[in-house]
Design a protein around this ligand. Sequence first.
Ligand code: HEC
Ligand code: HEC
Length: 387
Amino acid sequence: MKKGKTLSLAIIATSFGLAGLGLGSPASADVNPPLAALGPPPIPLDNKQTPEKIELGKLLFFDTRIGGDASVSCADCHAQKQGWGFNDPLSRGYPGVVHWRNSQTVVNSAYLGKLFWAGSSGSLEKQAPSAALGAISGNGERDMIEARLAFIPEYVKRFNEVFGDDWPKVNNAWKAIAAFERTMIHNNTPFDKYMRGDKDALTKQQKRGLKLFQGKARCVECHNGPLLSDQKYYNLGVPRAEEWLDNGMAQVTFRYEQYAKGVTEEMYRKIKDDAGLYYRTKQKSDLGKFRTAPLRYTAYTAPFMHNGSFFDFDEIVEFYNAGGGSNEFTDGTMAKNKAKLLKPLKLGDKEKEDLIAFLESLSGEEIKIPTPKLPPYAPLPAVANTN
Ligand code: HEC
Ligand code: HEC
């Protein structure tokens, strides 16, 4: 995200006395970017938004035919009624597997510099194929997807109009999906309205919660800036997913992922927790680290955390109040990385309620999009004529 460009700095500076914290220039290393209302998302120069492209992307997002056996669409794991994510702690997977992580909401993914819990994808255009083709999610195959699209006349027409393709090109499918996702934005919450100057947008209790969020509870140390995420990586000691203990299928995927991500033999055999950022860097200091989650739309996206360990804001606040988790099950290496910022907070019951009320102000109206009617297959005239 282009931080400097989207911050509405002036308003916050005046409302919270944060003036003088290097506002106007990018935040220096030891100063957190201030909380702020969220502006429009950045749009990449090589994938401009057009209404036709967005419409095509929407159809593809809901279309199961871009997955392997044509039974799973993006919308099946990013479902409207489940906060545009998936309600099980660990997401459903491609038929025959359980996913190993919680499904994130696609809402506001347009703002993120790095996607996925451990930031393994750099853009929505790159993320879409990894979802559609990845073995535990869409399990699709490029040539097959392209062939299918070519036998859906409505898509042939739309790809031609939007991208000038003679035949639908699968790489343009990812672009269209990304364009659609850039419309799934949630930046007019009570919190945003408050930050834009509407002093009545938050209740008294929520204002107390905001103060705690920035003060005693120290959430703002990591959940800062307009996204309420510094997009850095921390190990919070999140407890192991219960499903990991109960469900053989979840363990199968977990082992598969260790193998696919190339961990050491010893780790492959012993590890029982998701090593997060470590898979990308192979640095022990990154074991168990995950991207600070942005907090907008969270009223709709439980369960929370990379493995869905917490079901509501009460559990979240209790977790932080206790100083985070312990990682007691692991061999000790993961626990050593626990974020130093986490300490018992000593919040009283009323303070906990205030903080929860504030968290609720980060979600506004639910984003509702009617499920589109998908175009049917048809034999192409030219092909039919050759028979
Ligand atoms: C089988 C379930 C499944 C399917 C199908 C699926 N996803 Fe996901 N999605 C997930 C899970 C689980 C994650 C988190 C994975 C991780 O971090 O390793 C995720 C993460 C994402 C993210 C990252 C959000 C963030 O905050 O970083 C985006 C964007 C996304 N998916 C979009 C899509 C699109 C587009 C499609 C269709 C092409 C799709 N997904 C298909 C389960 C799925
Ligand atoms: C040390 C940095 C840090 C601090 C301090 C911190 N968080 Fe977090 N927060 C994170 C990270 C990292 C995640 C994702 C962790 C994971 O998935 O394992 C997260 C996840 C969350 C989530 C889950 C969101 C989701 O979509 O799953 C909520 C809610 C949350 N934090 C609220 C808070 C609150 C409230 C506070 C203050 C009491 C707080 N956080 C303090 C780093 C922090």
